[in-house]
Write a protein that binds this ligand. Structure first.
Ligand SMILES: *Cc1c(COP(=O)(O)O)cnc(C)c1O
Length: 404
């Protein structure tokens, strides 16, 4: 086999289908978020405004996050020095797990190297080790849940997105004694819609099923202390396993689950993605803990975040830009064509120094290609003025779809 030809042919296919990803080379500037430097292929460096970061609250540059990281590095050094079992449990890991358990009102929490690994490991371990377990999964679930479920080899059913009746229909096919797990998200990050958590928990309870809730796009941002949508809606005790990330609103990196002592101990003792991977650096754990604590105590940041999102939706709609319906902090704008979506993004970057990544198939369905804006508490009215004027110009230049 001509291996090199195989690789390059495969890449050529991606390019011809408009699915080839080009990374935007950024140099973040601590303390100036959402401003950053953009290194361009021609060697130029431009100062730009980032409009699509998942550092939703700007905590990646918050002074408390940074000073906690500096302090832990000075005290403990760079790496953790091992897997959790073999010399890699640092005191900062223990403190972070306590902070997370408290955030979600659970007995225990368990840290992973990423949110992706938390989902993958927890779901694959539960599905593989609970005898006869059936996993019922929302059709819009994230890749990390899909991979975890697939890897578990458990029987899998996919219910229509946010459709409680469809979920009920699937769960009704099984005896009440059959072990079942319902896997879903709170905020879905591409459309910005939110699951009917209470109704899903009611149906799960009726059929004696466990609930597994990915709150990756909600932790730090919803609920009076940032515990997520389940906290906002007073439903934390209805969730068997909550999963989250330290890399989005908390601004650092890493993932976790929280739940009962026995459940966390079970994953700790059996989950290969937890056992066989070196733990996150102490500095990262310290920074994440400081960030979580800061957001617990600063609900005004969440209020400002929601206000910024509502204001951006309103201002774009006022000038005829087709904002897709969203009940969260996510502001998706419909383009509806892969090539035009990429062009709009390129135009905003190259002509207006505004960075928003195009979102194309397979991340979203064909025909729903979009630009996904994520305003943060640090995006000012001036940043918004510039965005609204620029996007209007791009829409005119490319003749893109107007709001209905
Ligand atoms: C980003 C994401 C993850 C993975 O989290 P990381 O910490 O980035 O690995 C899991 N679930 C959802 C819904 C996500 O969007």
């Amino acid at each position: 086999m001509d291996y090199e030809k195989f690789f390059s042919d495969s890449i050529a296919d991606l390019k011809s289908e408009g699915r080839y990803r080009i990374f935007c080379d950024l140099e973040r500037k601590a303390g100036e978020f959402p401003r950053a430097l953009n290194h361009r292929p021609n060697g130029e460096v431009h100062e730009i405004t980032v409009w699509c970061s998942n550092d939703y609250m700007g905590m990646g540059q918050n002074e408390h996050t940074l000073s906690a990281m500096h302090e832990a590095i000075d005290k403990c050094g760079a790496g953790a020095g091992g897997t959790r079992n073999i010399s890699g449990t640092n005191h900062y890991h223990v403190l972070l797990e306590q902070e997370l358990a408290d955030l979600h009102g659970k007995e225990s929490a368990l840290i992973f190297n990423s949110g992706w690994m938390a989902n993958m490991t927890a779901l694959s371990t539960l599905g593989a080790m609970i005898p006869g377990c059936v996993i019922v999964s929302d059709s819009h679930n994230h890749n990390s849940m899909i991979e975890g479920i697939r890897h578990s080899r458990a029987e899998k059913k996919i219910f229509k997105h946010n459709d409680v009746e469809d979920l009920d229909r699937f769960l009704s096919q099984y005896d009440v004694d059959t072990p079942k797990l319902v896997a879903f998200e709170s905020v879905y990050s591409m459309d910005g819609d939110i699951a009917p958590i209470k109704e899903i928990c009611d149906v799960a309870d009726k059929h004696n099923a466990m609930t597994f809730l990915d709150e990756v796009h909600a932790v730090g941002m919803y609920g009076p202390r940032g515990g997520g949508v389940a906290e906002r809606d007073g439903l934390m005790d209805r969730i068997t396993i909550v999963q989250g990330t330290l890399a989005k609103a908390f601004g650092v990196v890493g993932g976790y689950i929280a739940g009962s002592d026995a459940m966390c101990d079970f994953i700790r003792s059996n989950g290969s993605g937890f056992i066989f991977s070196s733990s996150i650096p102490p500095g990262v754990a310290a920074a994440a803990k400081a960030s979580i604590k800061h957001l617990k105590e600063h609900n005004e940041l969440r209020e400002r975040h929601q206000e910024r999102a509502a204001t951006l939706k309103r201002r774009l709609t006022e000038v005829g830009i087709p904002v897709m319906p969203s009940v969260s902090h996510i502001v998706p704008v419909l383009v509806g064509d892969a090539v035009l979506c990429k062009q709009a993004s390129d135009d905003l970057l190259l002509k207006h120094d505004i960075y928003v990544q195009p979102i194309n198939y397979p991340t979203v369905a064909r025909g729903t290609e979009r630009l996904r804006f994520t305003p943060t508490p640090l995006h000012t009215d001036e940043h918004m003025d510039h965005l609204v004027t620029s996007i209007r110009e791009v829409w005119n230049r490319l003749g893109l779809k107007e709001a209905a």
